[in-house]
Design a binder for this molecule. Structure first.
Ligand SMILES: [Zn+2]
Length: 206
């Protein structure tokens, strides 16, 4: 990385990005976003999570691709590629404890000028989404939207942590001894069944 003291670095404000310029000049940007900066994401984080304010890193890259226009000429069409990586605590719907969910986003957007143009764009391409560009584009809002869409429908651990019975029933040693004693005192249900079979009044030997 080269330092340029004469020209102070002016990192583009990700909340007010000139998306057209970003794309046509093939610029790149990267940054980090805390969950606390994304209120709709924060709303998904359980109150008792070990860390409610985890960090996501993001990278954006602008580009253009020549595209055939209605008048038969080719013109550069602006594109944005966005990658987001990080983890957020969600509430496991199986055991109702917080767990850390990793989220990856890698999306490519065709940038159009109006909502109408976006609606007209055929949605048969799974690889490319359409966004309406702006000279003051809120990239943070787009990142949050993508993260929300990437969250699992039913958040849950891959494998829920086992809750040891001793945590529910009391201290370890007493619970173990008590358990063994109970087993010894309880009549074995199969033994009882055996007695009924052999000693019943309907003995077929007669
Ligand atoms: Zn769980």
């Amino acid at each position: 990385m080269t330092q340029n003291p004469g020209k102070p670095a002016s990192p583009a404000d990700p909340r007010a990005l000139d998306l057209y310029d970003f794309a046509t000049s093939g610029r790149q940007a990267a940054g980090a976003l805390r969950v606390s900066q994304m209120p709709r994401m924060l709303a998904e984080v359980p109150a008792d999570a070990p860390d409610r304010d985890t960090v996501f890193t993001w990278q954006g890259e602008g580009s253009t691709q020549p595209e055939l226009q209605d008048d038969g000429t080719e013109a550069p069409q602006p594109y944005l590629r966005l990658a987001v990586h990080g983890s957020v605590y969600l509430l496991c719907q199986r055991c109702l404890t917080p767990y850390s969910q990793h989220v990856d986003v890698d999306a490519t957007y065709r940038i159009v000028a109006t909502e109408e143009e976006a609606d007209e764009f055929p949605l048969d391409d799974d690889e490319v989404d359409v966004i309406v560009g702006s000279r003051q584009f809120d990239l943070v809002d787009l990142i949050e939207e993508e993260l929300l869409l990437s969250l699992p429908l039913v958040p849950k651990h891959n494998v829920c942590p086992e809750v040891h019975e001793s945590l529910l029933a009391g201290s370890d040693d007493e619970a173990d001894e008590g358990g063994a004693q109970d087993e010894a005192e309880k009549p074995n249900p199969f033994a009882v069944l055996g007695k009924l079979k052999s000693g019943g009044p309907d003995d077929k030997k007669h």
